[in-house]
Design a protein around this ligand. Structure first.
Ligand SMILES: C[S@@+](CC[C@H](N)C(=O)[O-])C[C@H]1O[C@@H](n2cnc3c(N)ncnc32)[C@H](O)[C@@H]1O
Length: 222
C-alpha cells in the first residue's frame, strides 16, 4: 500500500483497498471510505477533525465511489417517501449536505423548491448548487424556525458523532409528525442511537440498505 500523510490522516494512493485497521509509524489507523485512514475511529473525531477529514474527501472527490453514494442516497429518499409526487409540498432539510451530491441527485428525480441545505464546512457549501444553503456551527444553532421541516435527511453524516446540542436543534426544527431519515454504518451505531434517544428522538425503522451490506437506513421520530 502506498500511503501519504495529509494532516493527521493518511491517504492510500494505490487503487487497492487495504485492511480496515493498519499500523503506520507505530500508530494505529482506521480505514474510512476505502482510501482514507484516520488515527481514531471517525466516530471519535471532534467537529474540527471531521471538518479536516471532509476537506480531504472533497479535495480527492474524483475517488468517491459515486455508484455506492447514489444507491444509498436513493435508499434514504425512498425511506423518507420522497419518491411521491406530493413531496414537492414538503419542507426538507439536508443536514450535512456537503458539496451537494445528494441535492443534485434529489433534483434529478424529484421536484421540490423547499429544500434547505446546511453544513459546517464552507468549502463544501461553496460548491453546493442549493439556493437555500446555510453555513452552521457544528453545535448549532440552526437558522430555522421551530417545527419547520417535514423531513430531515442526512446522507453519510451520522457515522460521525454529532454534538448533542445539534441533535437537539434538529429535533426543535422538525415538525411534531416529521421524520429524520439517514444512513448509518460502522461499529458505533449503538452510541449514535443512545445520543439520539438522549436528545428526544425515537427509532421507528432500521433496515439494511438495498445493495450494501452493513449499511442501515433509519427513520427516527421526535
Ligand atoms: C461525508 S460528508 C457527506 C456530505 C453529503 N451529505 C454527501 O452525501 O455527499 C459529511 C458532511 O457532514 C458534515 N457534518 C458533519 N458533522 C456536522 C455537524 N455537526 N454540523 C454540520 N455539518 C456536519 C461535514 O461537514 C460534511 O460535509
Amino acid at each position: 500500500m502506498n500511503l501519504i500523510k495529509e494532516g493527521q490522516f493518511l491517504i492510500n494512493v494505490s487503487d487497492q483497498v487495504s485492511e480496515k485497521v493498519i499500523s503506520y509509524n507505530d500508530q494505529t489507523y482506521y480505514r474510512f471510505i476505502d482510501w482514507i485512514y484516520s488515527p481514531k475511529p471517525v466516530y471519535f473525531l471532534s467537529p474540527n477533525e471531521v471538518n479536516e477529514l471532509c476537506e480531504i474527501r472533497l479535495k480527492h472527490r474524483s475517488r468517491i465511489n459515486y455508484c455506492f453514494h447514489e444507491s444509498i442516497a436513493m435508499d434514504v429518499f425512498k425511506e423518507a417517501d420522497l419518491v411521491k409526487n406530493d413531496c414537492r409540498q414538503l419542507s426538507i432539510l439536508d443536514f450535512g449536505c456537503g458539496d451537494g451530491i445528494s441535492h443534485s441527485r434529489f433534483l434529478k428525480h424529484f421536484s421540490n423548491d423547499k429544500i434547505f441545505c446546511c453544513d459546517m464546512n464552507k468549502n463544501a457549501l461553496r460548491n453546493n448548487p442549493c439556493d437555500k444553503k446555510h453555513l452552521i456551527n457544528p453545535c448549532g444553532p440552526l437558522p430555522y424556525e421551530s417545527d419547520f421541516f417535514d423531513i430531515i435527511i442526512s446522507i453519510f453524516v451520522m457515522h460521525f458523532s454529532i454534538p448533542c446540542q445539534m441533535l437537539s436543534e434538529l429535533k426543535r426544527c422538525l415538525k411534531g409528525d416529521g421524520k429524520f431519515v439517514f444512513n448509518i454504518y460502522g461499529r458505533f451505531v449503538a452510541q449514535q442511537h443512545l445520543a439520539l434517544k438522549n436528545s428526544g428522538f425515537y427509532l421507528v425503522s432500521s433496515k439494511s440498505a438495498s445493495e450494501f451490506e452493513g449499511h442501515l437506513i433509519e427513520t427516527w421520530y421526535k
